[in-house]
Write a protein that binds this ligand. Structure first.
Ligand code: C5P
Length: 315
């Protein structure tokens, strides 16, 4: 076998509820993940040593070496295989990972996690390791908080750091999204830290931002998803990280306001930002919204995507 390619989606968080910081520096979450049709492709092929090459959107900003999540993921899978995971017969040799990026880097869309999930399924296939999905998800969770969801795809509730997943049972509605991609990046740890500071300032006397208590799943969003009614889903979108992302990237307020004025059913900062995501009533409305948003000059570029889509899969 020469090489194996996996396609793996970006994610949105339809709800991102963030609790107080934990002792390990993470935050307990209640989130509703939603995989969308903006995908990276991750190819693995036998090679003398592990290495990674990246092409496409923001390739120069993807870390090489062991800072690369795809390399960390395949090292974690190799270690598990050598410890007896899967069918035990696999020779987990060195690989070259080639990532064709379409998911923007550090944009709040979990592109790095997607690449890690792609490396896991592609290496599992290349090595003939036969590690079952459940165990791949456990390995994924050691690599990053969003990696297990990138394996699963669809729409799912995430708890803990985001790695404890329960699929959402909902009608087969396809939602039409417009992503407003921003200049620059927002590093996730900085956005969480900004939220902690805003909340601390609130406790010290100024207006509190969001709830620092343990977050709960939003019943209105869950019933909206069960109804398959995009207007209800649009109204129920929420993100506790949004005030923090706006404090670090104030011009996103304009982007959000523009999308809502231009007829989106709802809009929010995607994950830790700086991408903004808008829900449209139909495919046609999404085209109109995308055209108007790019004309309004409130973002670097726009992308139309649909969701939910399946998680990482070999193609
Ligand atoms: O798990 P991952 O490496 O993707 O997380 C990146 C950073 O985001 C963490 O180092 C942490 O600062 C922040 N984070 C968090 N709570 C979570 C997930 C991520 O504080 N549940």
């Amino acid at each position: 076998m020469t090489g194996v390619t996996a396609r793996v989606p970006a994610k949105l968080n339809l709800q991102l509820g963030v609790g107080p910081p934990r002792a390990d520096g993470y935050h307990d979450l209640v989130t509703v993940f939603h995989a969308v049709s903006l995908c990276d492709e991750v190819t693995v092929a036998p090679h003398g040593r592990d290495s990674v090459a990246v092409t496409g959107e923001g390739a120069d900003r993807v870390p090489g070496g062991q800072g690369n999540l795809a390399l960390r993921a395949l090292a974690a899978l190799r270690a598990a295989v050598r410890d007896g995971a899967g069918n035990g017969a696999a020779a987990a040799g060195h690989v070259r990972v080639t990532i064709a990026k379409r998911i923007p880097v550090a944009a709040g869309l979990a592109g790095g996690s997607a690449d890690a999930a792609g490396a896991l399924v592609a290496c599992n296939e290349l090595w003939g390791a036969g590690v079952p999905v459940r165990q791949l998800c456990e390995i994924a969770a050691t690599v990053g908080s969003d990696v297990a969801f990138a394996l699963l795809g669809g729409t799912a509730v995430g708890r803990g750091r985001g790695e404890r997943l329960t699929p959402v049972l909902a009608p087969a509605t396809s939602y039409h999204w417009v992503l407003a991609l921003a200049e620059g990046q927002l590093p996730t740890p900085e956005v969480y830290a900004a939220l902690d500071r805003l909340r601390a300032a609130g406790a010290a006397g100024s207006a509190p931002v969001g709830m620092a208590a343990e977050p709960t799943l939003d019943g209105a969003l869950m019933s909206a998803l069960r109804s398959g009614d995009a207007a209800l889903v649009g109204r129920a979108l929420s993100n506790d990280l949004q005030p923090a992302a706006l404090s670090l990237y104030p011009s996103l307020r304009k982007t959000l306001a523009a999308g809502l004025e231009l007829g989106a059913l709802g809009g929010l900062v995607a994950g830790s930002g700086p991408t903004c995501a808008f829900l449209a009533a139909s495919a046609g409305r999404a085209v109109e919204l995308a055209v108007s948003l790019s004309g309004a000059g409130v973002c670097r570029s726009v992308a139309r995507v649909t969701g939910p889509v399946p998680g990482a899969a070999v193609i």
